[in-house]
Design a protein around this ligand. Sequence first.
Ligand code: NI
Length: 170
Amino acid sequence: MAVRSIVLMGDPRIFTVAEPVTEFNSAELDQLITDMEDTMAELNGVGLAAPQIGVSKRLVIFGSDHNLRYPDAPEVPKTVLINPVIKVLDENTDELWEGCLSIPGMRGLVARPTHIHYHGFDQYGNEIEREANGFHARVVQHECDHLDGILYPMRMEDLRYFGYEQALTR
Ligand code: NI
């Protein structure tokens, strides 16, 4: 069990474009994924990108059956996704209040495309290819944005809908 500390917004590492993973099926990669899973579970995250624990690699994990931070959200398959590529299938967007473990205590209303296709690899180098809608599509887009140094406030159009959780629930 290794819960790693989270790189927070403001740290230059969180804005860095991550490097592709070139070696699959390695002990080093397995250890990184285990640490990310432990860290995500400890913090009740629904997703985590490697740069958020200070590792500049194009690797994200996501998925949950029931999540404390998003109690009303539908199930998302537990996934390790490496070197992902997203294609937007429908430019229609919807809005949801997002949070991020690198921006603790805050939420923002973010519009994102509702229907995507994504492609990548698991830790063994097997291809993953899926279509996703709704919350699943949103989580994938949010996590993959981290690989390009993009945080959700950078996707927002109106920063009046960005704020502290305790103020927003009033
Ligand atoms: Ni995030």
